[in-house]
Ligand binder design. Structure first.
Ligand SMILES: C[S@@+](CC[C@H](N)C(=O)[O-])C[C@H]1O[C@@H](n2cnc3c(N)ncnc32)[C@H](O)[C@@H]1O
Length: 210
């Protein structure tokens, strides 16, 4: 972690950070208003999340990440941009979803370049699995969106199969396949690394339909 990131965690956490404790989060109280709520899981260095929050001041953004240097980076950028519609949780997203977010509170969930775990023996470590998908269905509002992007082909098909088989989700792409890249998704740090390595990217877009 750089000194600037350390300082950001010490000085800016109070402004943007959310301590979950034992309580259920109340999005209206967190942001002091009622607006569309977008959750990003695993935002990395937060460059794309802060860019989206800055571009959409009418929506509220909640980021969950476990990597503290990345959170420090995001805090610096959020302060630079003067964002008031962004809050951050430093915790495992599964715990936060299971224990701290009410059902039907999210208008969109975005997961950009989740850790791919490409080796077959590591596939069980992948974040997007049937129980996790079912949890997301519960937390999304009716007609809420789930947007995933990955540059790992085997994970792309794995995610597509999991989500196509999840009750309460409908593929927004034609033919139960991949979606075109939505213009609202900025280039992420991990994606830029993949581009340098010549990787393709697969976007996956589902709608909550319960
Ligand atoms: C491959 S990186 C991608 C980061 C960023 N989205 C990007 O595209 O540059 C995956 C990120 O997900 C985070 N992550 C993995 N599992 C997580 C979990 N259960 N809860 C929260 N964050 C998680 C990791 O710390 C890492 O920063």
């Amino acid at each position: 972690m750089t000194r600037a990131q350390q300082r950001a965690l010490a000085e800016l956490w109070e402004r943007f950070g959310v301590e979950t404790g034992a309580a259920m989060l109340n999005p209206g109280q967190l942001f002091g208003r009622r607006a569309s709520l977008i959750l990003e899981i695993g935002f990395g260095d937060g460059e794309s999340l802060t860019a989206m929050a800055a571009a959409n001041p009418g929506a509220d953004y909640l980021g969950i990440e476990v990597h503290r240097p990345g959170i420090g980076h995001l805090l610096l950028r959020a302060a630079e941009l003067g964002l008031t519609n962004l809050r951050v949780v430093c915790a495992d997203a599964v715990d936060v979803l299971e224990q701290h977010l009410p059902d039907e509170c999210l208008d969109r969930v975005q997961i950009f370049f989740p850790d791919p775990w490409p080796k077959t023996r590591h596939h069980k470590r992948r974040l997007i699995q049937p129980p996790f998908a079912a949890l997301l269905v519960r937390k999304l509002k009716p007609a809420g969106q789930l947007h995933v992007a990955t540059d790992c082909e085997s994970y792309a098909y794995f995610i597509l199969n999991v989500l196509n088989a999840t009750p309460g989700l409908m593929n927004a792409a034609t033919g139960n396949g991949f979606a075109p890249r939505p213009p609202c998704r900025p280039l992420t740090k991990f994606e830029q690394r993949g581009q340098r390595l010549g990787h393709n990217v697969w976007d996956i877009l589902f709608i909550q339909r319960t």
